[in-house]
Design a protein around this ligand. Structure first.
Ligand code: MN
Length: 309
């Protein structure tokens, strides 16, 4: 039986990477051989979580042999996945994002739900199959839920996520849980040693809105000042990326996890027009106050999708 490669999206975050490792464990309990891989460097939060669990980070692999069996976790859009995805055989999809251009030429296992993290869905799958959840796996799932819900600050966290989190907590038994969560967020916010390019490449997602090519960032941080102070450099980089990648629309949000605020960088007249129209906000000196919009997938992307279609 050939091995399945489990792929998370191009800007690996804690939910994505933990999902790939957790899903490997799920398949193992189904007697299927698989390996998680990643498409880009990990952020510091995810590194912190993996170190805490003594788990090695998945290898970065950008291309596979044709017809390799793959599983997609935490994403489904082609532009966010491995290049030339049509060359591979998609066996599984486990996700909680909108569906846009996902297609296969053979039967596939699909599980998507409106839960707040892919790991919440995986937890349910373990339960339904009566599979064992080890302390390590529970810790990964728990961290992913904390990360994707910004520790339940995101306005749209579901009750089910909270319930799942409580159950996981009993298995993970993390001592000093709140300190652990704080360390996770501090790790994510520590951008001191990163170049602007690395910061910018750490959390973007590309979208096709009705053939409009867009990149949208959310820099979740406990220290927004750090990025806001680098405004000139960040705007220069955004301009460069927009030009090089031939993009029609870009938006970079700096999300203050503690204060629950979103201040976004708006590049030029085109973005200004769109952002003013959709979010009813005035833009001053390339900055827009997007108020409490903490969630890209539920509070930013749907509005843009509607606007461009
Ligand atoms: Mn996710």
């Amino acid at each position: 039986m050939s091995e399945i490669k489990i792929i998370s999206h191009k800007s690996p975050d804690t939910d994505a990477v933990c999902a790939s490792i957790v899903f490997q464990n799920f398949l193992e309990q189904k007697w299927k051989k698989s390996t998680p891989i990643k498409l880009w460097n990990l952020n510091k939060e995810t590194k912190f979580v993996l170190d805490f669990c003594w788990i090695q980070e998945p290898e970065t692999i950008l291309g596979l042999e044709e017809w390799t069996k793959i599983a997609l976790v935490d994403h489904n859009e082609k532009s966010q996945s491995i290049e030339n995805i049509w060359k591979y055989e998609i066996e599984y999809l486990v996700d909680h994002h909108k569906i846009w251009d996902f297609s296969t030429s053979w039967p596939v296992f699909i599980r998507t739900e409106q839960l707040w993290s892919t790991n919440s869905i995986l937890y349910k799958m373990f339960k339904e199959n009566w599979f064992e959840i080890s302390q390590k796996i529970a810790t990964l799932m728990l961290s992913a839920i904390v990360s994707d819900t910004l520790n339940f600050r995101s306005a749209t966290t579901t009750r089910e996520d909270v319930q799942i989190w409580k159950e996981l907590n009993k298995i993970a038994k993390i001592e000093h849980l709140w300190e652990f969560v704080k360390n996770m967020f501090d790790a994510k916010s520590d951008l001191t040693w990163f170049s602007i390019e690395e910061i910018i490449k750490s959390d973007y997602k590309n979208f096709d809105f009705n053939w409009i090519k867009a990149w949208i960032w959310t820099l979740e941080t406990t220290n927004p000042k750090f990025s806001l102070d680098k405004k000139t450099e960040i705007l220069e980089w955004l301009q460069k990326i927009k030009h090089e990648d031939n993009l029609d629309f870009i938006l970079l949000s700096v999300v203050d996890i503690l204060e629950e605020k979103n201040i976004s960088f708006v590049l030029d007249w085109n973005e200004t027009k769109v952002v003013e129209n959709i979010f009813w906000t005035k833009i001053e000196n390339n900055l827009a106050d997007l108020w409490k919009r903490l969630s890209r997938k539920k509070q930013i992307v749907p509005d843009l999708d509607k606007y461009f279609s």
